[in-house]
Write a protein of this length. Sequence first.
Lengths: 213, 214
Amino acid sequence: MPHDHPDHATAADLHRHLQSHMPSDPALRVKALESLVVERGLVARETLDAWIELYSEKVGPMRGARVVARSWLDEGFRARLFANAAEVVEEMGFHGHGTGHLQAVANTADTHNLIVCTLCSCYPFGLLGMSPIWYRSTAYRARAVCEPRAVLAEFGVTLGPDVAVRVWDSTAELRYLVVPERPPGTEGFSEDQLAALVTRNAMIGTDRDLKVA
Amino acid sequence: MDGPHDLGGKEGFGPIDVEAPGFRHDWERRQWALSKTIDIPGVMIDNWRATMETMPPAAYLALPYFAKWNFNDLVQLIARGVFTADEAVAGHVERPAPAAPPRDLDAMLARLRTTCRSFARPATSPARFAVGDTVRTLRHPVPGHTRLPAYARSRSGTVIAHHGAHIFADKGAEGAEVPEHLYTVSFTAPELWGSGDPRDTVTLDLWEPYLAAP
């Protein structure tokens, strides 16, 4: 059924067909897709180069780190971030894939937040850049919801006995940003200095106590 | 769909490769760029996810992430008539079209901003639940796409947020834009797993058709 939303059976048949007829090397399959869409006039190769450059130069965890650092310095900003993170991120020009319904969740002395997408690999790409491979691995997706403390231990995070874990499974179009606690010993730090302390993993929840260099 | 993608709580997976970077190979970067710069006519994210879930289970679990994206983009483009399965296997189209104009970095930054979309829609019925309510998820024997994971079915939780109505994924997979109320529901670990720290919770964003009064 061309030009329509493929139904279950059509898609399943196509998957089976392609898997038995396409080259076994994924690099060759990606090359084939690129040739097909370039020849069809859907995209230029230079455009693909520009997208890759965008995500290596301009979009990445530094965007989220800026948001977190500002939330530590400006109480009004912090209040707006927790009320409407999508709007705040758009004001900063950091909007993109996955930020339209962004929710900020705060770590506290007795709460630790951890983000996962068990059904696919939803991630606020526009704010944090490409997700790390572990985030989209079958192991993380399977285990984060049922044994978060064991998962955290593998990342070197051990929670005290009085800390509750709140796991957020991104099952709809809401995306989550963990706002870690400001580390002690950072009084008088500038926004730039604070942003440099914020790790990508802390904004997903697989890091907790940020280190001051 | 009770497919291999529904991984929450599944056992037998090993330790997590905590040092893994975002990309290991150039073809992964290339596929990421392809998926995000091609406008597949008429595609909706829910339908894209639904076709991904029809991948043979053994392949779904074995293939690297961007290899799955690659197969799924091919499936979507063939199903929508952009090229044929024979052309995909050949790696070339029979009759090329005029080349697309190249876009630069600034154009890509502008494009990224346009990808920030709202899935909220005006509600067509009053909300059945409110913050603080106890709700029970359905057993939900769904033949098609759903965003209610198997581990959270027939479980009791507490509504902690109501987001108005959003496009309902189960219908979006069929190409229909049906607004349904969306709630964030918090479940305790013992309720989900039969064991675990009672202070620990897992929180899911669930549409009203997944929920019943307790």
